[in-house]
Design a protein around this ligand. Structure first.
Ligand code: SF4
Length: 236
């Protein structure tokens, strides 16, 4: 990418406008609080949540935790036993292999099934390490970094991606990777959690994929989609 392209992508929204968007979303949905969560549990939950609903992945996680007393015990089980425990979450055989492979990799790298070594890593090192594990992509790595370790990382799910582009936090044609990079660049680190969670809430409740409720949207005065759709008929 040419430097000029980087500039045009990075400068898609002013700092003031971004802060205003964050403030409005917080006034509507509240200021999310960071909750303490075991990073290993979070990692396994995130793998289980791939391509299924929260309800199904929650059931699969509960069954997994009641079937195995620890992740070390889980590693002594066969892949079929693991798959049977997570059957309600869908794609059980694939996810069982992914969970087992990930936990085995941690044991090989750190001497035990443990993620605490990440606390000593920089965000760049942590992201690079996590995404080097097969089956862990940028979104899973960012979820773990943000929620498990409080590191400045911005997971980009379908809601964050859609709503960011509509409002104009990033260019309309930004890829998921560009969206993550830009949001991480322009968002104050202490607001990563708030912006991430509230964009998801907004995407589920108001800025829905089909028929966004623009007439009821508190962000409409700052939204690029609102400003351009009457001119171009844009819809994304
Ligand atoms: S005005 Fe419409 S498109 Fe813009 S953020 Fe609100 S609901 Fe989404």
């Amino acid at each position: 990418m040419e430097p000029s392209e980087v500039m045009s992508i990075s400068c898609s929204i002013s700092d003031d406008r971004l802060i205003r968007v964050i403030e409005i979303l917080e006034s509507v949905y509240g200021v999310p609080e960071a909750r303490s969560v075991d990073p290993l549990d979070l990692l396994v939950m995130t793998i289980l949540s791939q391509n299924t609903s929260d309800i199904n992945s929650g059931r699969a996680f509960e069954q997994l935790k009641s079937r195995f007393r620890s992740y070390t015990e889980l590693l002594d089980a066969s892949e079929k036993e693991i798959a049977d425990a997570i059957r309600p979450g869908g794609l059980a055989d694939i996810k069982a292999a992914r969970i087992r492979g990930t936990l085995e990799r941690l044991r090989e790298d750190f001497g035990s099934v443990d993620l605490s070594a990440l606390k000593k890593m920089s965000p760049e090192e942590a992201r690079s390490y996590l995404t080097s594990i097969p089956g862990i992509g940028p979104k899973t790595a960012s979820v773990l970094m943000l929620f498990g370790f409080g590191m400045p990382a911005m997971p980009v799910d379908t809601h964050v991606y859609r709503v960011s582009r509509r409002i104009g936090l990033v260019p309309e044609n930004a890829s998921i990777a560009e969206t993550q990079r830009i949001l991480e660049e322009i968002t104050p680190p202490e607001k990563y959690l708030s912006l991430h969670i509230n964009l998801i809430r907004h995407g589920r409740l108001v800025c829905r994929a089909r028929n966004p409720l623009c007439g009821k949207c508190e962000v409409s005065g700052l939204c690029r989609y609102m400003q351009t759709r009457h001119i171009t008929g844009a819809s994304f």
